[in-house]
Design a protein around this ligand. Structure first.
Ligand SMILES: [Mg+2]
Length: 392
């Protein structure tokens, strides 16, 4: 078996670089892409803008203070997506499978490619050159024994970087880096580790037995593996999800209008939560109704903009329900979302009400993630349970 080698390709200042390519007069100037309204945030800043201290996720108002002469641009996600697809196509010239992790980043397994290229570096240079030639954009690449290290390597020499972490050097390269560079170390875990005296990844490598466990519990085993640069996860080509749906066949056919509408509200809530979990939005909502006679009716409606909000999906599904004449009891209902796209809109692109709904939905997702589905639910679940109780 040849040694495994993983490459991580990461486009430099992707959105801003595309805008500079599309507007040659912006080359060499600070370009900031993001939401332009009052509460907007920066999606991407060109390297010229970064020199002013502007970075992604920063409030737009702060960026404008730091860089008043900057060129501020609203994102054009359809364009970025098409360039992203083009780059993935180029990567597929070099590997059978790639694993995109966002519009501008993807992993590929380049194990065994040494027969076609003299060195690992030559493979990296070839991909970077083809991307630059065909898209006019600059990529950084990292090559390493695994995904964790490859992603770290692509970040080490940006922009236009190509970094190789060889076998045997993993622990030494990681040792001086801060603990937050380990995957899975967010703010909370970082705080716990710092409080326990762990500042660098080397501190974790040298920890006394049990010390990391005392600081972070069951997460310790994984952190220690990563600290030594061990990560066995394979590159997995993302199978594209075409639709996300929820449906239910009832033990007793439904005749009550309120009950049918409540079921549709629940389907919508379930589907919306799944969309948000996969960071997707849907532009088409379909409603399926099967009657007692097994006659099945399906109706769809599409929107111009994608949504991941239960309220939007429910409203669409109820408008479809109104168009389906009901002459017999209902045996099954289902709501399916399709025409899926990546969730990329910054919150500021939504009108105020949507932004508020979105924040509320995210807050509920977070609470359910942490404390379970029953910790917080919308009212109709309760009504539904009350209705069902006597039947059970
Ligand atoms: Mg990038």
């Amino acid at each position: 078996m040849p040694r495994r080698w993983i490459m991580h390709v990461d486009m430099d200042a992707f959105f801003a670089s595309i805008e500079q390519r599309e507007h040659p007069e912006w080359k060499g100037k600070p370009v900031i892409v993001g939401g332009l309204s009052g509460r907007g945030v920066v999606s991407t800043a060109s390297y010229e803008a970064r020199a002013f201290g502007v970075h992604s996720a920063m409030p737009m108002s702060r960026a404008r203070t730091l860089c008043p002469a900057g060129i501020y641009v609203k994102p054009r996600f359809a364009l970025y997506k098409s360039v992203s697809d083009q780059i993935h196509g180029i990567m597929l010239h070099y590997a059978a499978e790639i694993e995109p992790i966002s519009l501008d980043e993807a992993f590929m397994d380049i194990t065994g490619m040494g027969t076609q290229y003299p060195t690992l570096g030559a493979i990296g240079r070839a991909i970077k050159a083809e991307i630059r030639e065909k898209t006019g954009l600059v990529a950084s690449a990292g090559i390493a024994p695994n995904k964790f290290l490859a992603k770290m390597a692509s970040d080490m020499d940006k922009p236009d970087g190509l970094t190789i972490i060889p076998y045997g050097r993993e622990a030494a390269i990681l040792a001086p880096l801060p603990i937050r560079r380990l995957w899975g170390v967010g703010e909370v875990t970082e705080r716990k580790l710092l409080d326990a005296g762990f500042r660098t990844i080397g501190d974790i490598q040298r920890a006394a037995p049990g010390a990391v466990e005392r600081a972070v519990g069951s997460q310790a085993a994984l952190l220690r593996e990563l600290a030594f640069g061990r990560d066995d996860r394979p590159v997995r080509a993302e199978r594209e999800v075409k639709s996300i749906g929820d449906e239910e066949t009832y033990e007793t056919d439904l005749t009550d209008e309120a009950a049918i509408r409540r079921r549709i509200a629940i389907h919508s809530d379930v589907v919306a939560a799944r969309l948000r979990k996969k960071h997707l939005t849907a532009r088409t909502v379909s409603l399926k109704v099967r009657f007692a006679s097994f006659r099945t009716v399906m109706r769809s409606v599409s929107f111009e903009e994608g949504t991941d909000l239960a309220e939007d999906i429910e409203e669409a599904a109820l408008s479809l329900l109104a168009k389906i004449p009901r002459t017999e009891p209902v045996r099954l209902t289902g709501v399916t979302c399709s025409n899926l796209g990546e969730e990329m809109e910054t919150p500021s692109l939504f009108p105020d009400r949507k932004a508020a709904l979105r924040r509320a939905a995210r807050a509920v997702d977070a609470i359910q993630e942490k404390f379970g589905k029953d910790a917080i639910r919308r009212g109709f679940y309760m009504e539904e349970e009350l209705r069902r109780k006597p039947e059970e």
